[in-house]
Design a binder for this molecule. Sequence first.
Ligand code: 5RP
Length: 297
Amino acid sequence: MADAEGNKIAKEYHLDTPVAANGFYVKGMNHTGWGMKNRFSKLFNPKTGNTVMLAFDHGYIMGATAGLERLDLAIDPLVEQVDVLMGTRGALRSCINPITNKGICLRATHDSSVLFDDMSTGVGFGLDMEDALRMNADCIAMQCFVGGAGEARSLEVLCRAVDAGEKYGVPVMAVTAVGKEMARTNQYFMLATRMLAELGAHTIKTYYCEGFEKIVAACPVPIVIAGGKKVPELDALEMAYRGISDGARGVDMGRNIFQSESPIGMATAIGKIVHEQYTAKEAYELFLDIKNSVSKD
Ligand code: 5RP
């Protein structure tokens, strides 16, 4: 070999510095592979362990949604304020600038439209994991209908997604879907979150409820809280604050951001709660400042 002689001698073995144990900062993910951990580092900020996900996948069941009529105009101004963009592949491909360095959470189920009373009846795996890799997804999101008529099909679809996620190193986020007929009780969310984690989901999105800290404690993987229907900004910030205080590792929020009077103000305020321990009141004051400064411009 041409360079076998004359090379510097290797001698810096740092014998007094122990090799780092490489414990991974995301709950329950220490035994996953490097690729999955790398994708997790795009989802959950390695400095805080938390995430702000911006959900704009509503069109896949709701069609044009208030605030998202023009995806190309609605999302771009918010990208800098969040950690992760959660959308369908159709929305991402057509309307989101691919130079973004944000994490990508790809909506991967198709479900029945809002025209159906029980959305669980239409659930299926809506893409091939190879296409998720082509999209450079850091995560895929599966709507899961525990307790719905389509429960068995939904859980089967989740399990096959987890198989594909394990094969390619892509985290699977299970979303606890609450149909019109299901009660949003802590018993329900305790059951659903734990079931979905035990079926292999790598992270869970669910609704905040009373007793949330117990749900977090019993769930072996990180939980992010769902936003839900638009409520007054202070209420949404209080929910985010309580969720983070009770152990959620982030917020995946859509309508309470993009339907706000100041979407940038809301995205920024949520980020302060999630990453900088702001109280809901402090975050609300910041929201008002941003809203008022933009309306004066
Ligand atoms: C429902 C979903 C939705 O697709 C969406 O992400 C909801 O966002 P929000 O309720 O915050 O508007 O995941 O479970």
